[in-house]
Every structure is written in structure tokens, then in C-alpha cells.
Design a protein around this ligand. Structure first.
Ligand code: CTP
Ligand code: MG
Length: 398
């Protein structure tokens, strides 16, 4: 009855139990299993303390001992095993500095964010659900465990999590949860940008993104997102397309295009440099590629591997169908896809013209590249030499 992933993880639970501890599946995996969605990482909660967990299993990594988390590796799969805990003093609305380990599952579930995330499953597949999480899943409602104000004061990031779950699942916020977000949204200012970015990216990638964006504005939470406080009108347009971005590059490119972000503004989100670079390439392309017809030979050649990201983003922005496979076929059919594929190189040309290297060489290679790309000459060494000599003569006549 349990799925294969849980079956595999069962040995971790059973081992802990054999040593006299309690252990349960918890968190997102249980939620997604009930929803019959693909499950991500499996989290396990146990009464065993981190040192005990490390003593029991041969392969462990102390990933977050202070927070009670040990990674257990079994048959090449890693599991986060976290000691039942209630979080200690919360400082500055961030995750607590210290945690208190407790010996009861109930207390552990009680400190979790939403009822749908506070369900435990035992080794027989039986659910332990003291806060009505299963009912909330049925009603498609996101509601905090207990008092929403308390949960958001403990960790303000949970407000962003609420909206990213809206985007991923299409659920609604309970009245109390929504009101608490309106009231405590400003606490998001205390949260590290990197953590906000993780949740916001998941929000941008969700199939119900437009619903989440609407709530972001309705609750005023957008006011506390980097560089977005003054972009309410632009943000409203982000939800227009029902196309779901297939990649984080597309998610950020679409956002950046709609709200007119430049590189500096993307940097404020502390995104990795390679991502900012990829997004910039897409933005540059989107400035002139607005319809399928704008995909000229030169555009195909210039953007090559980025074609899928650009095309899907273009389609989302202009309410079009994406034509990714058609364009990729066209790209693959080009005579060359990269300068490196030219059948002639700088050395060949230096020898051919018996000239010293200089700006003329780069210019000539570029001319040859264009000529090959546009099928004015075949990409074959002797033919290219011939073409280069003729071309050179023509240039000299000017
Ligand atoms: N700020 C947070 C983050 C996490 N949790 C608890 O820790 C679990 C695991 O957290 P995480 O993996 O971050 O989220 P998931 O709910 O598992 O979502 P995902 O499937 O996207 O990983 C959550 O289900 C929730 O019970 C919490 O209470 N408060
Ligand atoms: Mg998880």
C-alpha cells in the first residue's frame, strides 16, 4: 500500500524502532503522498537524539546537529532524520537559535507551519494527524497549526511558504492565515533574501502562479520583496499566461521582463551569477523576438541552446504557442551552430594571406562565418579559402 520510495525508507524507521526509539515519516513527503503527487525528499522524525542516530547507522552526515538533523544514507539514498523538537527562543523572527528536543511526536508536529505539513505516518502507513491536516488537504485549504500570528512570528518565511504552496497546489488560504499574513507581512524584512528567493522561485514555477501573485498583492506581501514594492501594476500582468515555466531561467526571465528588472535588480535577489547571466541572455533575445517570424537565421544561430527557454518565455509573454521543437530542428539544420565548426581557422588564414595577425583576421573570420551560416559558401576548407581570397579582393577594391 505504501509506495516504493516509502518502502525503501522503511528500513530506517524499523532500525530506529529496533533500538527502542519512535520514528515516523513527516513533512512534505507525507503531504504529497496523500495528494498522490510525486514525492521529494523523505523526512523522518524520531525520539532518538542526534548522537543516538549517528551511533545506530553506519553512514551518517551531521548536516544540522544543532537543529537535531542527521542525514542517514541507506542504499545510496539519503534521509533527513530529525529529533522530535520544539523550537526554543525565536530571535528576530528567524528560525530559532536553539531547539529543545522533546520526546513526543505531538509536540514536534505542533511546532510545524501548516496542518497539511503536520501529518505523521507510521511504518504501517497509518496517519497520525492531530491537527486535521488530512481534512485540510481534502478541503484544499492552507491553514497554520494553531495560532497563525505565533507561527509567522516564529519564522516569517512561512508567509512566503504559504503562497508558494498556493502556487504549487492551487489551494486557498484559510481566513485566519490570510489575515495574519496581512498583519505580519512586514516581518519578512527580517528574513535573508536567499531564503525568500528560494520560496519565490518555487512560486514562479508553480502551475497556479497567477493565484499566488494575486494573493501576494492582496495581502501586501509583495511590498517586502526585493525591488518589487513599486511594481504592483507590472506584477499584476505576470499571471496573465497559463504556461508554466519549464525551468528556473524561464521563471526569472518572465518576471524580469514583465517588471523591467535589469541586472542590478536581479543581483538584489542574490541569485547565482550563472543564473543572472542566463536570464540576461533571454532578456536580450526577448527585446527583438516577439513573434515566431522574428526567429531569423541569425537569431537562431546567436541563441542556439537558449532557444527553448527564450521561445517558451516569448510564448508566455505574448499569449502564443511555443514552437520549441520546430525551432530546434531549424537550429540543428543550420550549416554551423558555432564558430568552432568552421572548416577553416585563424592559422589557415594567416598562412593563406601571408600576413601578420591583426583586426583584419577577426573581421575575416566573422565574414566567413556569416557567409557559411547563410549558405553563400559551403563549409569546406578549399572552398572557404577560395571564398576568402575573392572576398579579400572585393574588399580591396573599395
Ligand atoms: N519554515 C518552516 C519550514 C519547514 N517546516 C516543517 O518542515 C517540513 C519540511 O520542510 P521543507 O522540506 O522545507 O518543506 P516541505 O513541506 O517538505 O515542502 P517540499 O515538498 O517543497 O520540500 C515541512 O513540511 C514543515 O512541517 C516548518 O514547520 N516551518
Ligand atoms: Mg521537503
Amino acid at each position: 500500500m505504501m509506495n516504493e520510495q516509502f518502502q525503501q525508507a522503511l528500513s530506517v524507521i524499523e532500525t530506529l524502532k529496533r533500538h527502542g526509539h519512535e520514528a515516523y515519516f513527516v513533512g512534505g513527503a507525507v503531504r504529497d503522498y496523500i495528494l498522490q503527487r510525486p514525492i521529494g525528499d523523505i523526512d523522518i522524525a524520531t525520539s532518538a537524539h542526534p548522537q543516538e542516530v549517528m551511533a545506530i547507522f553506519p553512514k551518517t552526515v551531521p548536516v544540522g546537529i544543532a537543529h537535531g538533523t542527521v542525514m542517514v544514507i541507506e542504499r545510496g539514498i539519503s534521509y533527513e532524520v530529525t529529533t522530535f523538537r520544539k523550537e526554543g527562543r525565536y530571535e528576530d523572527y528567524r528560525r530559532p537559535k536553539d531547539v529543545t528536543f522533546v520526546r513526543s511526536l505531538y509536540e514536534d508536529l505542533q511546532r510545524r507551519d501548516f496542518t497539511m505539513n503536520a501529518i505523521a505516518m507510521n511504518e504501517h502507513g497509518e496517519m497520525i494527524d492531530p491537527f486535521g491536516g488530512i481534512e485540510a488537504l481534502k478541503r484544499r485549504i492552507i491553514e497554520t497549526v494553531g495560532d497563525a500570528a505565533e507561527r509567522f512570528n516564529e519564522d516569517a518565511l512561512r508567509m512566503m511558504r504559504a503562497l508558494r504552496f498556493v502556487s504549487q497546489l492551487g489551494f486557498s488560504l484559510s481566513t485566519g492565515t490570510k489575515q495574519a499574513i496581512m498583519q505580519y507581512g512586514h516581518l519578512l524584512q527580517h528574513i535573508a533574501v536567499e531564503r525568500i528567493a528560494v520560496e519565490f522561485e518555487k512560486l514562479l514555477l508553480g502551475p497556479f502562479m497567477s493565484k499566488a501573485i494575486e494573493l501576494l498583492m492582496e495581502t501586501n506581501l509583495f511590498l517586502y520583496l526585493p525591488e518589487l514594492a513599486t511594481k504592483k501594476g507590472e506584477l499584476a500582468q505576470l499571471g496573465a499566461s497559463s504556461l508554466v515555466p519549464a525551468h528556473r531561467i524561464e521563471a526569472w526571465a518572465r518576471l524580469a521582463f514583465v517588471v523591467h528588472f535589469d541586472n542590478q535588480q536581479l543581483k538584489k535577489w542574490k541569485l547565482p551569477n550563472h543564473l543572472i547571466r542566463d536570464v540576461s541572455i533571454c532578456l536580450k533575445a526577448l527585446e527583438h523576438i516577439r513573434s515566431l517570424a522574428d526567429w531569423t537565421i541569425d537569431a537562431l544561430y546567436e541563441y542556439g541552446p537558449y532557444i527553448p527557454h527564450i521561445e517558451r518565455t516569448r510564448a508566455a509573454l505574448y499569449g502564443d504557442e511555443p514552437h520549441v521543437s520546430l525551432l530546434m530542428k531549424q537550429w540543428e539544420a543550420l550549416p554551423i551552430r558555432d564558430r568552432k565548426e568552421l572548416a577553416i581557422n585563424g592559422h589557415d588564414l594567416l598562412a593563406l594571406f601571408e600576413r601578420k595577425s591583426g583586426p583584419w583576421l577577426a573581421e575575416m573570420i566573422e565574414n566567413i562565418e556569416r557567409a557559411v551560416l547563410h549558405r553563400q559558401v559551403e563549409n569546406e576548407k578549399e572552398k572557404l579559402k577560395e571564398w576568402a581570397v575573392c572576398n579579400q579582393r572585393r574588399e580591396n577594391n573599395y
